[in-house]
Structure formats: structure tokens, C-alpha cells
Design a protein around this ligand. Sequence first.
Ligand code: CP
Length: 296
Amino acid sequence: MNRNSILKVSDLSVDTINRILNDSKKLFRDFKDWQLSTNRLIANLFFEPSTRTHFSFVSAEHSLGLKVVDFTVERSSIMKGESLYDTVKTFEAIGYDALVIRHPKDNYFDELESINIPIINAGDGSGNHPSQCLLDLYTIKEEFGGFEGLNVMIAGDVRHSRVAHSNKEAMTRLGCTVKFSGPVSFMDSMEEYIEFDEGIKSADVVMMLRIQHERHQERMNLSKDEYLQKYGLTLDRVNNMKKNSIIMHPAPINRGVEMADEVVEHKKSRIFKQMENGVTVRKAMIKMIFNEDFGE
Ligand code: CP
């Protein structure tokens, strides 16, 4: 595997995380029009649906001056039974400089060990989502100035959430206290569980998660409204949040299920800010895989 690949946030040291966050800030403020020094070819291989991650990578790639190709599973030889490995090896053989890959299999990248071009993981099953985690960290740092001592509650379908898994790992290392809430059947473990209304009152960051129906074998035995009343972020609950606390959600959102419609764009919500930040953070990640600097 190319050593510049970004596959899991747990592979990144705190120094590297901070470097990406600092670069993101520079790219947002002072280096908006900064481009990579040479023309390179990148392909986005999404084996699972995506709006935010896919098209913010496309936006980041174009603004860095990359030549960008979007792979479509339905029009590829995957439809003839070609494997992930042979597909990726083909992109390497025909001259691509880097790949962004989303795949439904946890740790799909383990089978790509012998690939030499850098890969950015855009999400693997219920495992990891490093670019979402880094944009979440960037959003929190912009809001609070740092991480030490912050209380974060991640609520909802934790067990199936690569966002929850990546964020728990990185945020804990950076000094946050991370608690989980939601239906007990959605938890990985009860060790860090907090009752939802208690967490609402104590959290600096309330991060809500979508119920990932596509990853569930079992059917939920609550109606959408019952879920909202029991585990959802209603306006009443938002009114119980701490004064300077914020609401986050990786999206897409099931409006009226994990979050009331009127909360999505509440003044405490940073959901669309997260999406905006996603472009600049992904630019910083691409800058890093190509070992480029700002030439200051
Ligand atoms: N947050 C996120 O990963 O959204 P998409 O599935 O739309 O990329």
C-alpha cells in the first residue's frame, strides 16, 4: 500500500490530523485558489451511493487542478464479475495517480495491499470514514478552538455507523469525552452509554446519526414518530442543550425521524457548515497524499 494512502483515521498521528486541519484552514482562508504543482489524474470509485462525499471530492479535485474521472459501477467490468482488486489494479496500470474509493465491505482496502498509488478511503461498510471524521473535527475546532475537555454525544445507529467509529477513535485521542446514546440494540457496547436527555443537557456537541436501514438485517419495531419522540432531536430537546453547544449530523438526514424538520437548520445546527467544510478538508487530504506544500 502506498504510504500516503488515507484509509483509517486511527492510522493518522495527532500531528498528522493537526496538519490536515491547519492546511484546511489555510485552504479555506488564504490559499483558496491554490493548485497542485503538476497535472495529475484521479478517479473516484464509488461502489455505494453518495452525494456529499463523492461530489465534495469532485469539487476539491477540480479546484486543485486535477484531471478527474468518475467511475460508474453499472458501466464497468464489475458487471462482468471483475473483482475490486482487478479493477483498482487496472486503474493503476492505465496511469491514474490516485484513487478515492467507497465500498460497502468493511476494510475493503486490506485486499489492495499491493497497490502502489495512493488511495483515500471515502467510507468502508460500517468501518471507517476518515474524510467525514476530519471535516467533523475541523468543524468542531473552528467552533471551540480545540478539543480538550469537550463532551460529545453521538446518538442513533452507532453500531452501523462508520462515522461514529472514526469519530470516537479520533476525538478520544484529541481529548474529548465521547458518549453514545440511542436504542440499546443500536449500540456496540454499553460502556460509554448515556441516557439521551441527560446527554442533551451536558454535551457541547450533539451528533445525530441516521438509521442505516441498508445495513440492517432486522426491522425497527418503532414508527418514525415514536423514534423521534424517544430518541430524536426535537425542538424541546434543543432548548435543553447548553448555551454554546452545537448540533451535527453527517447526513443524509431522515427528517422527522432522528431529527425534527425545524431543527435541521436551527441556529445551533452546523450540518450545512460541515458539508461546506468537507470540500476544504478533502482538498487538504489530497494535498497530503501528493506530498505537496504551499510553496510559502
Ligand atoms: N456523510 C456522507 O458520507 O454522505 P454521503 O453518503 O452522501 O457521501
